[in-house]
Write a protein that binds this ligand. Structure first.
Ligand code: HH2
Length: 277
C-alpha cells in the first residue's frame, strides 16, 4: 500500500495533496459523448493542449469506446488511433495515460512514452500484468461486471461496494505480486460499467470504504448516464451534473477525477477547496 500521497507514473511523481484531474482524449468515432470530435491527430492535439492549459494533471488517450453496447476495435486500429497522438504529445510536460485493455497496445504505448495505463479490465487480459511489470508506469485498475457489449443488461450484486472493493484489491495484489509497486497503483470503481443507477450511487456514497485500502482512487462519472438519471438532462447538457458528481467523489476521498470538461472542473475544484471542501 502507498500511504505516501504520491502516485509514481513513469518519470513523474504526482503529489496527491490535492484532487487531480485526468482529462479525457477520445480518439474514437463512437465514444458516447465526444465520439468523432478528435479523430484526426491535429484536432486531438489541439484539444489536449487546451485541457493541459485548463489544468489537467494527466491526459488519458483512448482509442476504443467502452460505452454500453460498443463494438470492439482491432488491435492494429487501436494502435493506429492512439500512438501518433501519444507520440505528438510526448514533448508536453505532463503524464500521458493510455486507456486500453490490450497488452500489445500497452507495450507499444509504454515504448512511446506513456506514463500510465488505464485499463477498464484491470489487467485481466493474458499478458497484461507482464506488459507493465518490467516498466515504471502507473496503472489504473477499474472494475467492470461483464463486457461492454452486454454489461448493462442485468447487473447484479449482493453488496456492490464490498464486491467491487474485493475485486479491485485482488487485482492490486496480483500487481504487487508481479512487482508493480503500490505507489504505481490506482483503483477505480468503474461507474456505469455493469451497474444500475443505484449501484453507482452506492459506490460514490460509500467511496470511503474503497479509499480505506490505501491506494489512490479515481472516479469517472463525467457526462455518464448516471448524471442524466440524477439530473434529467441529455448527454449534451450534463456539465453541471458532472461537476457536482466530481465534487461529491472528491468529498468522499477520490484522489483523481476523470473528466471531459477540464476547465470547468478545475474551476469548481479550486473554489470548493478554498471554501474548505
Ligand atoms: N470510463 C470510460 C472509459 N474509460 N476509465 C476509467 N478508469 N474510469 C472510467 O470511469 C472510464 C474509463 C467511459 O467514458 P468515455 O471515455 O468518455 O467514453 P467511451 O468509452 O465511449 O470512449
Amino acid at each position: 500500500m502507498t500511504g505516501s500521497g504520491e502516485l509514481w507514473c513513469g518519470a513523474y511523481r504526482l503529489a496527491l495533496d490535492r484532487p487531480r484531474i485526468m482529462g479525457i482524449l477520445n480518439v474514437t468515432p463512437d465514444s458516447f459523448s465526444d465520439g468523432g470530435r478528435y479523430l484526426d491527430a491535429d484536432t486531438a492535439l489541439r484539444h489536449a493542449a487546451e485541457m493541459i492549459e485548463a489544468g489537467a494533471d494527466i491526459v488519458d488517450i483512448g482509442g476504443e469506446s467502452t460505452r454500453p453496447g460498443a463494438a470492439a476495435v482491432g488491435e492494429a486500429e487501436e494502435m493506429r488511433r492512439v500512438l501518433p497522438v501519444l507520440r505528438a504529445l510526448a514533448g508536453k510536460d505532463i503524464p500521458l495515460s493510455v486507456d486500453t485493455r490490450r497488452p500489445a497496445v500497452m507495450r507499444a504505448a509504454i515504448a512511446e512514452g506513456a506514463s500510465m495505463i488505464n485499463d477498464v479490465e484491470a489487467l485481466r487480459a493474458p499478458g497484461a500484468i507482464e506488459a507493465l511489470a518490467g516498466s515504471d508506469v502507473a496503472v489504473c485498475l477499474m472494475h467492470m461486471q461483464g463486457r461492454p457489449a452486454s454489461m448493462q443488461r442485468a447487473p447484479r450484486y449482493d453488496d456492490v461496494v464490498l464486491e467491487v472493493a474485493e475485486f479491485l484489491l485482488s487485482r492490486a495484489q496480483a500487481c504487487l505480486a508481479a512487482g508493480i509497486g503500490g505507489s504505481r497503483i490506482v483503483l477505480d470503481p468503474g461507474i456505469g460499467f455493469g451497474k444500475t443507477p443505484a449501484h453507482n450511487v452506492a459506490l460514490v456514497r460509500r467511496l470511503g470504504e474503497l479509499c480505506r485500502a490505501g491506494f489512490p482512487v479515481l472516479v469517472g462519472l463525467s457526462r455518464k448516464s448516471l448524471v442524466a438519471t440524477l439530473s434529467g438532462r441529455p448527454t449534451s447538457d450534463r456539465l453541471g451534473g458532472s461537476i457536482a458528481g466530481a465534487l461529491a467523489a472528491v468529498a468522499r476521498g477520490a484522489a483523481i477525477v476523470r473528466v471531459h470538461d477540464v476547465a470547468e472542473t478545475a474551476e469548481a475544484l479550486a473554489v470548493w477547496r478554498e471554501l474548505g471542501g
